[in-house]
Design a protein around this ligand. Structure first.
Ligand SMILES: *Cc1c(COP(=O)(O)O)cnc(C)c1O
Length: 328
């Protein structure tokens, strides 16, 4: 196999940068989940990570990797989700400045959270303006570094530390289930698993409404889709990245999907059985496992619960409507 762009040495370096800064999140188990699946499931709880999702790992690693002059000048990111908050918090911790480009109709809670971490929010009209062009203009005018949410080696190396930590906590696994949006977490996890546990089958899970990852894996090239309609707002990406795709194509065993009804049922299951709040995107990897859609009998399976950021109101509405029969 030819060299992949992301090396295990870079993941180890990210690990060192994050030590004592990112939380070493707990791995939870559930006798009920094990009885349902006939497997041993290990849930890596990144919903307990700083700012509520694994995105902090990549964002901090990327900002910390900038040379000091660039870091002092500041960072620009466009996102209304977890990446925005992660960059804002990372910049605050590293004495940098974060400028976050968000649509003018972004949820108030997300705007408030980003500002709460010290980020400056610049709004754009999502129907009339191109956010990437705006981000590039801000970068040029103010000398900011643009840090994308997934297609960036320092981001991928940082996200990978969730999997290295999990494998340290559990020992060897037969399978690792990872949620998939643009593929920063999945590509990083796959490189980590290849080094620490080469026998482990790494599987990505994406929303059924946006299965561009599965299509890309089958086609052998990046497939672009329209923005998918799904409650998994952290995985509404239109395509994998030019850095993430080759790694996923080389190392990931398969990509499966979960629909919105299964995600809501999975969130309700976590609240009821394990007493934890998982956001819709964070429930992706667990859905096919708990729903019996994968053959797991006798296996040791790692599952990344990637985040827990959701308004209480939305959470309550989703779990109230969830149908336990739709688990899976
Ligand atoms: C961003 C995000 C994902 C998807 O990560 P990618 O690196 O884009 O594939 C999954 N879950 C949560 C909670 C996220 O915020």
């Amino acid at each position: 196999m030819h060299e992949l762009a992301l090396t295990f040495a870079e993941i180890k370096a990210a690990r060192r940068r994050l030590t004592g800064i990112a939380h070493r999140t707990p791995v939870l188990t559930s006798a009920t989940a094990d009885a349902m699946t006939g497997a041993q499931l290990f849930f890596k709880c990144e919903n307990f990570q700083r700012m509520g999702a694994f995105k902090f790992r990549g964002a901090y690693n990327a900002v910390a990797s900038l040379d000091p002059a660039r870091r002092a000048a500041g960072v620009v990111a466009f996102s209304s989700g977890n990446h925005a908050q992660a960059i804002a918090l990372a910049c605050r911790l590293l004495d940098s400045r974060a400028v976050i480009v968000m649509p003018s109709d972004a949820p108030r809670a997300k705007v408030a959270a980003t500002r709460g971490y010290g980020g400056e929010v610049v709004f754009y009209d999502r129907y009339r303006e191109d956010r990437e062009a705006l981000g590039r203009r801000l970068a040029a005018e103010r000398g900011l570094s643009l840090i994308p949410p997934y297609d960036h080696l320092d981001i991928m190396a940082g996200q990978a530390t969730a999997a290295t930590e999990l494998l340290e906590q559990t020992g060897p696994l037969d399978m690792l289930l990872v949620p998939l949006g643009g593929g920063g977490l999945l590509s990083g996890s796959a490189v980590a698993a290849r080094h620490l546990c080469p026998e482990c089958a790494v599987i990505g899970v994406e929303p059924e409404a946006g299965d561009d990852g599965r299509q890309s894996l089958r086609a052998g090239h990046i497939v672009h889709i329209a923005t998918p309609e799904t409650i998994a707002d952290g995985a509404q990406t239109q395509q994998l990245g030019k850095h993430t795709f080759p790694i996923i194509a080389a190392l990931v065993r398969d990509i499966v999907t979960a629909n919105d009804a299964a995600l809501a049922a999975t969130m309700a299951w976590f609240a009821e059985r394990m007493k934890i709040v998982v956001e819709p995107t964070g429930a992706l990897a667990a859905a096919p496992a708990l729903g019996g859609r994968l053959e797991l009998r006798g296996k040791r399976v790692g599952i990344i619960l990637s985040g827990g950021n959701i308004d209480l109101e939305r959470f309550a509405a989703l779990i109230a409507r969830a149908d336990p029969a739709r688990l899976g």
